[in-house]
Design a protein around this ligand. Structure first.
Ligand SMILES: *Cc1c(COP(=O)(O)O)cnc(C)c1O
Length: 429
């Protein structure tokens, strides 16, 4: 495959944009080579600047769950644009999407919309601190909650892909209030709670982790966190920016039956436009300004275009709930296909999957936390990534990312993907 024009565009971009990209995970630093530049996308496919057609397994890192340029979503955005694109004054649409989201997600009464997942998580933690009048938070190594200061402590995703899990620029003062636990390890949480009795405002977690590859919570882990929170007046915050409206209409809370006190959203909720949100019971949410003292704001929050895209996306999902089952089946089919090729070739690997999230780590031992995930970040992953790309399959360019399947993907596309792997699987020996 030829990437001549993409490479030229990348060289030009690097002159004016740090690293040539507006978000580090788009660069190919972890796998080598130049990133491809996309010209357009439709359904399950990306078309790059060199006119290569690629099967897309990142779906814009989650949002495009219905596939690219979905007709209903496009129509909603175009129609809405004609009536003005931003007012800074309330619109009826904001209540429509809020009502729909509250009806789909278990355990929430109110929701506030922001512009990104980062903002949602940052605001959720401020709210938890304001509500509990406590300062410290617990997060888990390898979990990513956006790039605000409190979370860039052993963060996953791009933060770890590019070798800076603890970013310079985060002050010691901020860092000392973020306590670090280990995913799937309740004892590590209990120990921190014991050592910091009465000081912990919240535990924030990706209830299914997607930023160190896909990692599932062990049986009883989320229930255990719920119990620890209840026993110690700590709020449980589920970061469902990735999993919300993806793994089920009501996210992980619905799928695995554990309820959080505050839930954050992003990605799917914006239908491909920049949207985040955080939600909870009225008792907690009413602490937000203007009703309460915890300040949070946004000039473009609830933007009409973003709300039109998000509302249409949620409505499509809510009215066609079989999509979740069909995505689960497609992803299982991909899982089986890839596993067979790798098993037949005797390649050590671990495939983790839940619903439409899946990832492969090239290592022997089960991947269940950040440490074990790091074993699969090796030269084999680079060979794998480029082998797939050269055969028209776009996978995430990092072993620390999950794939996101979309509804436009066909079984033929998945067959093509599995065949692509079998063509170069010997190179992974
Ligand atoms: C993507 C992501 C975020 C950050 O969202 P942005 O919109 O990129 O700011 C936060 N938490 C999780 C779990 C995510 O996957």
């Amino acid at each position: 495959m030829i990437y001549k024009r993409s490479s030229a565009l990348f060289n030009e971009a690097k002159k004016y944009i740090p690293g040539g990209v507006n978000s580090p995970v788009r660069a190919f630093n972890a796998v080598g080579g130049d990133p491809i530049f996309v010209k357009k996308a439709k359904g399950a496919y990306l078309y790059d600047e060199d006119d290569n057609k690629l099967i897309d397994y990142i779906s814009s890192w989650g949002p495009m769950i219905l596939g690219h340029a979905h007709p209903a979503v496009v129509k909603a955005i175009v129609e809405r644009t004609k009536d003005g694109t931003s007012f800074g004054i309330p619109t009826a649409l904001e209540t429509e999407i809020a009502k729909l989201a509250v009806s789909m997600v278990p355990g929430i009464d109110k929701i506030r919309f922001v512009n990104s997942g980062t903002e949602a998580c940052m605001s959720a933690v401020r709210l938890a601190r304001g509500y509990t009048k406590k300062d410290k938070i617990i997060k888990f190594a390898g979990c990513y909650h956006g790039h605000s200061d409190s979370f860039l402590i052993q963060a996953g995703s791009g933060a770890v892909t590019f070798g800076e899990p603890n970013s310079p620029g985060v002050t010691k003062g901020t860092a000392k209030d973020t306590l670090l636990a280990h995913y799937n390890n309740l004892e590590s949480v209990e120990k921190l709670v014991e050592e910091n009795k009465g000081d912990i405002a919240c535990i924030i977690i990706e209830p299914v982790a997607g930023n160190m590859g896909c990692i599932l919570p062990k049986k009883g882990f989320l229930e255990g966190l719920r119990q620890i929170c209840d026993n110690n007046e700590i709020l449980l915050v589920f970061d469902e920016v990735m999993t919300g409206f993806r793994l089920a209409p009501g996210g992980v809370q619905e799928l695995l039956g554990v309820e959080a006190d505050i839930v954050t959203f992003g990605k799917v909720v914006g239908g491909g436009l920049p949207v985040g949100a955080f939600a909870g019971k009225s008792d907690i949410m009413n602490h937000l300004s203007p009703d309460g003292p915890v300040y949070q704001a946004g000039t473009l929050s609830g933007n009409p275009l973003a709300m039109a895209a998000g509302y249409t996306m949620l409505k499509e999902l809510n009215n066609n709930r079989e999509i979740f089952e069909s995505l689960d089946k497609k992803t299982a089919y991909l899982h089986e296909g890839m596993a067979k090729v790798l098993n037949d070739a005797n390649i050590d690997h671990q495939i983790n999957r839940i619903g439409s999230m899946i990832s492969i780590h090239f290592c022997k031992d089960p991947v269940m936390d950040f440490e074990t995930a790091a074993h699969g970040n090796n030269p084999k992953f680079k060979t794998y990534f480029h082998g797939m790309l050269d055969r028209g399959v776009y996978m995430p360019p990092s072993a620390f990312e999950s794939y996101f399947l979309n509804d436009a993907l066909s079984y033929e596309d998945i067959d093509h993907t599995v065949n692509a792997l079998s063509e170069f699987v010997h190179e992974l020996k």
